[in-house]
Design a protein around this ligand. Structure first.
Ligand SMILES: [Zn+2]
Length: 337
């Protein structure tokens, strides 16, 4: 009888262990993604919570987000993009806007960016970074890793370059994008002005266009799509520690991302840990960013609604792109003279 009981218990134990192993395999998102796309909107803060953002809604409704993730304590651009890309705090990397505009880095620098670790893991992979504010491509992302760096001076031009990049059939392993018009509106008209909110609504349209360009290439089924801001604003600049300035969106979409509002301790620099984790790259020990415990769950089918923008409006935008491209071409021709 005792023998029977022991056998039964052992069988139960084995069965439950197998169950745990099976569950762990099912929920493990380490390396579960082929591509990671990081879309950065400068100065957006928590504003997608206050404006109509139908593209944000359709992309992230079934995924994980938090409008007021924490920022670095100095709520300036380079301080935060630096942390988002290097996984360490501002006190460690020390980037300022001025430094990034005037200096360049290579892979022998301290506090390498996630592009460095992606290059180590995938020597032949396509890595790309699109900037409106090119100090990120200039001063934060290393210049000797073969990262394709594409700089355009307006958000429509950045978005247009991305759409054409995917139309040409490119498939990046890791892509970073920085859009700047929301922060620009805040500096020109004040944060939380009518123009600021209007810029945030336009940024949502760019976000949708970028997502659709990736999706049209069939990449979203095995991609992680991340939206992040560097900081928020006040009515009169940013850099301080008010709640508005130090709140920033962090949103993540992917086949194994939970449908949840992320825990309140999430930080915008966690993007670096999330990106490496998704691509199956071990996080360096010096990182102070981490993968939020509530981010990943079981892989499942997700459907994202079509872009709510009408086909006629999209046609009009295409015309506008062509117009902007022609103006740019003319400007460059005259510049050369
Ligand atoms: Zn900024």
């Amino acid at each position: 009888m005792k023998k029977c009981l022991a056998l039964l218990l052992s069988a139960l134990l084995l069965f439950s262990c197998a169950g745990v192993a099976f569950a762990a395999e099912e929920t493990d998102s380490f390396g579960a993604y082929e591509h990671v796309f990081i879309i950065g909107i400068d100065g957006l803060g928590a504003s997608f919570d206050k404006v109509d953002s139908p593209n944000f809604d359709r992309i992230f409704a079934d995924n994980a987000y938090r409008h007021d993730a924490h920022t670095e304590y100095i709520t300036t651009s380079a301080q935060n993009w630096g942390s988002i890309l290097t996984g360490v705090s501002y006190d460690t990397h020390g980037f300022t806007n001025d430094w990034c505009e005037k200096n360049e880095r290579d892979s022998t620098s301290d506090n390498n960016s996630i592009f460095y670790y992606a290059r180590q893991a995938f020597p032949d992979a396509e890595l790309v970074s699109f900037n409106n504010w090119d100090a990120i491509n200039h001063g934060i992302i290393e210049n000797d890793l073969g990262v394709k760096k594409i700089n355009r001076g307006t958000d429509p031009l950045v978005t247009d370059a991305i759409v054409r990049y995917f139309e040409k059939g490119n498939t990046p392993k890791l892509m970073f994008v920085q859009l700047d018009s929301v922060d620009h509106a805040a500096h020109t008209y004040g944060g939380y002005s009518k123009q600021y909110y209007s810029a945030a609504e336009k940024a949502d349209v760019f976000l949708g266009d970028i997502y659709d360009a990736i999706d049209a290439r069939g990449l979203m089924k095995d991609s992680l799509f991340i939206l992040v801001a560097d900081h928020g604003e006040t009515t009169n600049g940013h850099g301080g520690q008010t709640k508005d300035e130090s709140s920033a969106i962090l949103a993540v979409a992917g086949h194994s991302v939970n449908q949840t509002v992320l825990n309140e301790d999430v930080h915008n620099r966690d993007v670096s840990a999330i990106a490496l984790y998704a691509l199956g790259i071990e996080q360096p020990e010096h990182f102070v960013s981490s993968v939020p415990a509530d981010l990943f769950g079981e892989s499942r089918e997700k459907t994202v609604e079509e872009n709510p923008m009408s086909p006629a409006l999209r046609g009009l935008r295409k015309l506008l792109y062509v117009f902007v491209r022609m103006v740019n071409l003319l400007v460059s021709v005259f510049d050369k003279k």
